[in-house]
Design a protein around this ligand. Structure first.
Ligand SMILES: Nc1ncnc2c1ncn2[C@@H]1O[C@H](COP(=O)(O)OP(=O)(O)OP(=O)(O)O)[C@@H](O)[C@H]1O
Ligand SMILES: [Mg+2]
Length: 253
């Protein structure tokens, strides 16, 4: 495995499981003993909200984009051992209104240079859009993981997402690799294997592990915990732990 592995969790469609996957991949790697940084690149600040009251934050990732702070100044420790957070806050949305300059896609990549040697894993929770934040995340990453549901509407945008990833790879970040798609909120295995999986496989490799639909996920968010911390014996906790192992093993290849 390379010294630091930067993984974007991206899908322009909303509600596909980006934040749930980012949180649980980040805590999962931390539980495996890796120093991990979770970067919240979404103005909705959902993953930050697990750890802090983000609207009362003084500094956030927005300050890095507004060139007021260095990334190392906004990173905070979390309640979980080995896991740090670069939190977001609603004012990150203002960054999108600022005039674009030629350096805009590179802000995150440049800011990572100073913290990179402190972490084994950096996991980036992207917003539900192909905005400048998702572009920054993909430009800064070695890998992208695409969480998606096995639903018709979830595969409708898959071509657009693949085009964006491929064009960033071609034009800016040739190192970027698609690690795979992770099926989340799985209800019906037959529909998945018969209808949806073949479509997804046309675009992305698909992880062996998938995540079933279950109320424990919503409950874990409400109690502001990863699913492994909330209840390590629930099905989704076992599935996310296996997914984390699959990611780590993929990197050892
Ligand atoms: N495996 C699951 N079982 C049941 N509910 C789930 C599961 N995974 C995610 N959810 C629920 O689906 C919703 C969307 O999940 P999540 O916030 O992780 O998606 P997202 O892609 O980050 O959304 P957004 O695009 O708004 O950022 C949440 O309410 C979450 O609790
Ligand atoms: Mg989210």
């Amino acid at each position: 495995m390379k010294k630091t592995t930067v993984i974007s969790i991206a899908n322009q469609k909303g509600g596909e499981g980006k934040t749930t996957t980012s949180l649980n991949l980040a805590h999962g790697t931390a539980l495996e003993g890796y120093q991990t940084l979770l970067i919240d690149m979404d103005p909705q600040a959902n993953s930050s909200g697990i750890f802090i009251q983000s609207d009362s934050l003084e500094t956030s990732i927005a300050d890095v984009f507004l060139q007021k702070k260095k990334l190392s100044d906004v990173i905070i420790a979390t309640k979980y051992e080995n896991l740090s957070l670069a939190p977001s806050k609603i004012n990150l949305a203002e960054v999108e209104l600022a005039p674009l300059n030629v350096e805009a896609p590179y802000v995150l990549r440049d800011s990572l240079v100073s913290v990179q040697n402190k972490f084994d894993f950096i996991v980036i929770d992207c917003p539900p859009s192909l905005s400048i934040f998702t572009v920054n995340a993909l430009v800064a990453s070695n890998y992208v993981i695409v969480p998606l549901q096995a639903e018709k509407f979830s595969i409708d945008g898959i071509q657009g997402l693949q085009n964006t990833i491929e064009s960033i790879k071609r034009r800016i970040n040739p190192e970027l690799q698609i690690m795979g798609a992770l099926i989340t909120q799985l209800k019906n295995n037959t529909v998945l294997t018969k209808t949806i999986l073949p479509v997804i496989k046309n675009y992305f490799p698909v992880f062996q592990n998938s995540i079933s639909m279950g109320v424990a996920i919503g409950e874990s968010h409400l109690s502001r915990q990863s699913i492994m911390d909330y209840n390590s014996s629930v099905k989704q906790a076992t599935e996310y732990s296996s997914f984390v192992k699959e990611v780590v093993n993929e990197l050892k290849k």
